[in-house]
Ligand binder design. Structure first.
Ligand SMILES: NC(=O)c1ccc[n+]([C@@H]2O[C@H](COP(=O)([O-])OP(=O)(O)OC[C@H]3O[C@@H](n4cnc5c(N)ncnc54)[C@H](OP(=O)(O)O)[C@@H]3O)[C@@H](O)[C@H]2O)c1
Length: 348
């Protein structure tokens, strides 16, 4: 079989590095070019030292890109939308990992991102990138926009409940605890080690932009609300979304189990984690490092109608590169698990 020729734009960053790691070992892919403006001419393994002996590719400038079958865009926010025509001319298929094409509504984009979208007419050309929700659309897609990492964990955790109309649609509260790699590889004052190490820093108690994606994907045509907060904690990879929802009717835990099993029983990358004993009774991001799994657990409050849903992912994998590769596999008709079947490490 002829391999799919892919190139990665913004390959010196964290999501780009993870994509290269995955794609180099994908049996049906050839990584043709990887771009970086800061490291043009340097070996990829110099920036991603985990890839020593895995590749002899060198970074090129994005201005030198040659046509290929598919482009992965791993650029900072507001970069893809300003260069999208050029990228479209280079490749018939694109998977964008940034937030540029996640929202369908131009007005919602402006509301949450605070500026006008450069190419609003293209928003509807991109399929929102969570495979568990949009698998069929992905099979014929030309353009996919990978979901935000916090949004991915939150949406996957809550999707079965919202789809079945089981929760009070105005009162959901989501608290995400996130690791430092979520912020990308550019240093800033807050990422300086003495300032970042050991923190439990409430960095976005309200107005987090991923809220818009969660609303878009969970609304099912209704007016809904979710109240989202994000806290930076002292881990590098991984995030945990603790979602508080209020059930419309009194469901027993057995019934909730059934609802999640029906939604996700056949999903290769979703695991329901709810043990009655041991130390890993609920999802734990530490165990998911490097994997494409989303682990979801729940506990019903015995004294109220609150249900706590706990969802964990590796932000760089199921929240970015892994999710993008799963979508890629669907686009090309490959088994969606191809290149993603790493079970994780324990202990780690
Ligand atoms: N980190 C996560 O957990 C995560 C999860 C899901 C989605 N995302 C999204 O994926 C995209 C990439 O994220 P990332 O974490 O990989 O970011 P990153 O580590 O900061 O990497 C972005 C890369 O883009 C290149 N770049 C090109 N134009 C740039 C510009 N104008 N300013 C800064 N860098 C520029 C940089 O490489 P050169 O300077 O070498 O060209 C940089 O290495 C972002 O849009 C992010 O929101 C991130």
């Amino acid at each position: 079989m002829e391999k799919v020729k892919v190139s990665i734009v913004g390959g010196s960053g964290y999501t780009g590095g993870e994509l290269i790691r995955l794609l180099l070992f994908h049996p049906y892919v050839e990584v043709v070019e990887v771009t970086s403006e800061s490291y043009t001419g340097k070996f990829v393994y110099k920036i991603h030292p985990n890839l020593r002996k895995s590749t002899t590719l060198k970074f090129i400038s994005a201005s030198e890109l040659q046509p290929c079958d598919l482009l992965f865009l791993c650029l900072p926010h507001n970069s893809s939308q300003n260069q999208i025509d050029r990228f479209k001319n280079l490749a018939p298929r694109i998977i964008d990992l940034s937030a540029d094409f996640r929202l369908k509504s131009e007005s919602e984009y402006e509301k949450w991102y605070g500026h006008k979208h450069a190419r609003p007419e293209l928003l509807n050309e991109f399929i929102y990138g969570i495979p568990e929700l949009h698998r069929e659309e992905m099979k014929n897609a030309k353009y996919i926009s990978s979901a935000g990492c916090n949004a991915t964990a939150s949406i996957l955790g809550l999707y079965p409940l919202y789809k079945n109309g089981l929760v009070d649609e105005e009162r959901t509260v989501i608290e995400v605890k996130a690791g430092s790699s979520e912020g990308g590889n550019k240093v800033n004052e807050g990422s300086h080690h003495p300032e970042r190490a050991g923190v439990v820093r409430s960095y976005m108690p309200t107005q987090h932009r991923h809220t818009a994606e969660i609303l878009q994907e969970l609304s099912f045509g209704k007016k809904i609300n979710v109240h989202f907060s994000a806290t930076a904690i002292d881990i590098v990879r991984g995030l945990l979304a603790t979602c508080h929802v209020f059930l419309k009717k009194d469901l027993q835990e057995k019934e909730i189990w059934k609802i999640y099993r029906e939604a996700y029983g056949n999903e290769p990358f979703i695991r329901i984690v709810k043990e009655s004993e041991g130390i890993y009774r609920y999802p734990e991001p530490k165990l998911l490092s490097g994997t494409n799994y989303c682990d979801i657990g729940f506990k019903k409050d015995e004294f109220s109608n609150r249900l706590v849903v706990i969802s964990a992912i590796d932000n760089l994998m199921k929240g970015a590169a892994g999710q993008a590769l799963q979508a890629f596999n669907l686009m090309y008709g490959f088994d969606e698990k191809t290149g993603l079947e790493f079970p994780g490490l324990h202990p780690i």
